[in-house]
Design a protein around this ligand. Structure first.
Ligand SMILES: [Fe+2]
Length: 142
């Protein structure tokens, strides 16, 4: 069976019941990075769980910060859908701690936000260079 074929025994879209539960976020200092994103987004850092330092998001997904100090961190991209009412506060927190935000993912438009999909959005780096995105409207795909 190829991956794009659905089993005839399972009705409905095969992906409809599958949810992302957690993902590991590599960090050179897990405490620093977890506290950074929690402070910027208005979240809480959870209690350590083995090697992981969790930050729970509103849709049940956990970012498990995992320390990787023996090699460089490869930057990943994480996008957060935030309530419209919290967007300004998040931008204000970035400005307060001196973290530059950008309108675009390539970071060529500093200090600006975008207006994609009828909402507002911006990008900023976390302490290890992960490209973080906040947006008030999800991407509208064709
Ligand atoms: Fe994105």
């Amino acid at each position: 069976m190829s991956y794009d074929q659905q089993s005839p025994h399972e009705p409905g879209p095969p992906t409809a019941t599958v949810q992302l539960n957690h993902t590991a976020v590599y960090a050179s200092d897990r405490q620093l990075s977890a506290e950074f994103i929690a402070a910027i987004l208005g979240l809480k850092v959870g209690a350590p769980f083995g090697p992981f330092l969790p930050v729970d998001l509103g849709n049940g997904v956990t970012l498990d910060y995992y320390e990787k100090s023996d090699e460089p961190i490869q930057g990943q991209h994480y996008a957060f859908l935030v309530p419209d009412a919290q967007f300004d506060a998040i931008i204000a927190r970035l400005e307060a701690v001196g973290v530059t935000y950008y309108a675009d993912p390539s970071h060529t438009e500093p200090g600006r936000i975008n207006r994609l999909f009828g909402g507002r959005g911006a990008y900023f780096d976390d302490p290890d260079g992960h490209n973080m995105e906040i947006m008030t409207r999800p991407y509208a795909r064709p």
